[in-house]
Write a protein that binds this ligand. Sequence first.
Ligand SMILES: [Zn+2]
Length: 600
Amino acid sequence: MVTVSNVGSYDATKQENKREEVREELSGWSAILFVDKMHLTGTVDNKSFNGLGVNLAFPVDDFKQDMDITISLKAHNNQLTLQGTVRWVKTVDDSTELGIQLIDHVNLSPSTHQLDVTKISIDPTCALKIPAQIALRRHFLPFVEFNGSVHLACADTSNQMALKAVERMVKAPVIPWTVDPDALKTILNDVYGDVVTTAPQTAVKKITAQDDGEEATQAGEELLYAAYLRGASDIHLDPGYKNSRIRFRVDGQLEMYKELSNSLYHELSSRLKVMAGLDISERRMPQDGRFSHQFVEGGRRIDVRVATLPTKYGERITMRLLAVQTDSLTLDKLGFEPDGKLLVENFLTRIQGMMILTGPTGSGKTTTLYASIRLLLEERSVNIITIEDPIEYEIDSIAQCEVDSASKVTFASALRSILRHDPDVVMIGEIRDKETADIAIKASLTGHMVLGTLHTNSAAATITRLIDMGVEPYMVAAALRLVVAQRLLRRLCSACKIPRPLSEKEAFTLLNPKLAGRTVYEPSGCIYCSGKGYSGRIGLYEMLSISTEWARDIAEGMGEGELLAKMKEAEIHSLLENAIKKLLDGDTSVFEVIQIASSW
Ligand SMILES: [Zn+2]
């Protein structure tokens, strides 16, 4: 089967060989050609390494020879966007045939490009294929496997013997990229440091399967380490009929990590259940537990929440990775616009009042909350106490308390106790009920700064939700000072994104017909983003700062519709408007914005 990536310009060293390849006939492939405000869909008749034959089932006279064009290819759940030049156009009967020469728009080749090793995304399965000792001694980092070749970041590409040795270890041809030696050293220590000092057996030693227990222990260790390296938020383990699969959720998207035999899966799931303190003999009831895992003494640690669910072929396990250190989280990095950041900064200079972050699960509101706390700690010496469910990140010098239904610590009961500990700032993971909302509001009116999250879709809905919970409108008006509604979108890889015009239909979907024809960007794929076209995520924000005038309207019981109209009048950017700004700035793609827009 042809994969989409075969068409791309990714693998520059193999360029010469591929040019010699014969044209392949393709089936089930479609191509979208972006021409002005129109998007024309046709079928791909054939392709070679640097060319495509596309057939449109209608006559078109927009194409001219030597015209540059953006093309999206779609097949088998894959999409890849490329740039090309129209070489010939033929109109036969009522259809149009095009010959398109593909352009290597990224044009990154190991022989000419010094890779910025700090910007690559590292695939842990690839990195852990070579022993840590060798990686650290030779300064080698295999970081992604693509089209059957393993890409290797190294300081010196001239040592052929050493490269051959790596090829034997990874069992694939190696493509070496030159990188800055100092930057590489830092990353190598990050990736392999732990493996060497504490667990020389875990990720490095090949699993020999002599002892089932040992094998499962190693598999568990390797799984957690790989998830940590990949920056995964969740690990999903699904037993299947023949094999079991393990997937990671990274930046909100599920990606395949590994397939396991069902017998090893069985051992591994028991091992994970033991770690989480669950009953391993119980396989017919859902269970949940947690554990803390230390990769190196005094060093990095992750907290893991584990839930099991009996399914047709065995127990499914979902693990949530928590309590990761967050030194690098700042509001700028999260995608705040300068004026939005200023609103948060202004709020943080207050003595009392309430800020609420709102959005569905996975919208990054907790992350923003932590970034705000970090900012606050830089500016002032304050006593901060949090109540969370669960503690997702750890911050030094603040007291973090976890809700635990088993031991009867609820948001409301914990909040009441916390107020006796003389806090300046209280953070409430989630305001779920009237009792919590009431105490939070009273606290914010009696000399405390209160930060919290709510589960609503917009800033206006936050106000009506608090009132629906039973809080008096005048109390909401008196306490609430800033509401931030938030979403996360995938960020386009800046090295390989491709410009194309927005169609009339898309502009209509985005409720902005005037935008048709404006330049937006499509994800493509390059060495920096492992061919995914996206790298990391960016936040969208809708920010409502409650002034005296707003407070008066809220106290008088203004409904959600009126609040929305008033926000529009005050030219407060909605989430969609912010999404469109980020789309036109080239930070994200139409696909991401439309997907998010449809959920409002
Ligand atoms: Zn890229």
